[in-house]
Design a protein. Sequence first.
Length: 749
Amino acid sequence: MRVIALLAVLWTGSAFAAVTDGLAAEKGFYTLYPDPDHGALWVKPRFEEPFLLHASLPWGMGANEVGLDRNQVSEAVLVHFSRQGKVVQLIRDNLNFRARGGFNDEKRSVEEAFARSVIWQGELKDGYVDLSSLVLSDRQALAERVAEAGQGSYQFDGKLSAIDWQSNKSFVDNTELQGILTFSGKPAGDAIRWTVPDPNHLTLVQRISLIRLPDDGYQPLAYHPRSGSFHVDFQDYATALDQPIEQGYQIRHRADAKHPIIYYLDNGTPEPVRSALLDGARWWSQAFKEVGIDFEVKVLPEGADPMDIRYNVINWVHRATRGWSYGAAVVDPRTGEILKGQVSLGSLRVRQDLRIAEALVGKAHHQEALNMALARLRQLAAHEVGHTLGFAHNFAASTQQDASVMDYPHPQVHLKGDEVSLDNAYGVGLGGWDHYLVHYAYANNAKERAALIKDNQQRAYVSDEGARGFASSEQSGNLWDFGADPLKALEQLLAVRKVALAHFERDAVGSGERGDDWQRKLTPLYLLQRYQAEAVARLLGGVSYQYGRQGEAFLGTTEVSPQMQQQALKALDNLLSDDVLTLPPGLARAMPPSGQDLENQAEWLPSRLGKDFDPQAAVEAAAQLVLAPALAPARLERVYQQAKGPDMLSVVNTLVLNRWRLSDASAVQSAVAWQGLAELAKSLPKLSAPAAALIRSELRQSASWLQGRRGDEAWRRQQREAGVWLAAFLADPKTPLPLQSTIPPGSPI
């Protein structure tokens, strides 16, 4: 028996040694045993011990249309290893449904009521499992995201993928596994053909992070609608029956006098951008100083890994085209604690801001233009860092003297005499709302927080859900607007635009610049009114309201006054006038044709004239920027139901049908009139039956009148054809719409 037992021990030891013999151990949270010769990556799983799993992209694609950017992070999820015989499963726990504070059987009943997810499976060998297939898996749905962006159909190609052996690391609190993933397929869009050297094979680098759970010293903060924060949501089945089952925790860092918050700027950031980003990010230090917390921003040390969980990082990210910047975070989904802030700042945005500034003041004032662009970068750094501190957008702050860096700011350009001035185009430092955010999240106890909520009720706050999209109704929650009065701000902007357009041919393009630069600069200048136009359109059928809880604030809505709505309609009609939409004499002829496509021509005004500048298509694009928000279905429906201010048919007639009733029309008004019919036709099927009936009746009368127009003049012929089209559309809503131009991208600026 002793011989048999000894043989068993020797056999077991031999088997164990066969897995790890000669392999160098990378010690840390999960000790790694890399075996490059056999393509294995061994770890010893600790069964039923939860940890966080997180995927990121150290090496991106560079296409803004797809959004797979360098150093991009994804959601951290709670997982654990579970053993079923020789099978090891990696299970994602379901945190959407909980029983906080419940007894054990109550918690178990909730856990068992909702599904979990097995996200990976391997074979146990002598207590170890090979994670290579986890590393070489599409943990971020990369192929799916390429397809959703319309860039082609791709599949993971294991034959062209490999573990990045040099990048596997293990630290005390996290273990990092990296794979070089190739997706093979057929490209379908220009973005992937432009950014990938062989569009049939897209290769990215994905990192899988295994992260130790934080200790229990963090105290979660219950989410409040007026906190101005992001939050993790869940349903708590252990709440009292008279309390809401929907609960949430505010997202924030663990910080106090002993735990400073430190951010590191990507050491690949060049000057003068580097200094601007450091300055802007450091704006938060004063607010944190007020609550006794040190907040620092440094340059990332040479050789430090920006993906390491220990570093909050501001990344300077390059793409082939202009795109958004992001403030993301690795968050403990159990509590809302931020473990790592990860900012991604798109490098081409500053170049677009510089173009806008030079279009406004001329190439000769390059330094003034550069100062404005760098001022925007400072604000952008503060904004995105704010997101990684847990703070949400506040799109109403611009109505209260730029009360927050968490808004989307428009440059507050103005006239100084008869010249455009960029002085103080962007604010400096945090606003009052930002100080409130820090105090609420990081400083006070429950009683003090309640006082903060009460004391700050007059601060305007509208976040994404109340601001984005033409259906939004809150009058002050607008993107890229400025000023307390949107009508006055629009007047100011139009005055600046008129002067800048008059000087454009003479001043905007400097010696040595390519002819293409004319169009790149004219586009944002000609459409300078686009964001303020949407803010004015928001007044039609608009309301105001507050976030909060019953007893703390008025939770109903207040309609925009009839007088202001009428003024807004008049201002929108003016935006469609010849005076606003007609280019200065000679400018259209002076515009050179587009040359070699060195940049994405989607940034230019549209053209149906090949490479030549098309003033009519430019008018159509500008008209759509007014008509689309003003005639949006939800807006027309609100105007109809409010029964105050301009009635719905007054809006339709003022912006669309009255133009068709003109005895004669310029080329500009003709283009606007056709665009109005197209936008109205898109909205009509989405209106309630009573509202749609009124508009259909008005359109039917207009169709009859237009078809009866006589004469061979060009405008009379267009009127008759419009009548024929209207009659056909009313009989069959599937009738093709009048052709519309492509609107050049505006956001982000």
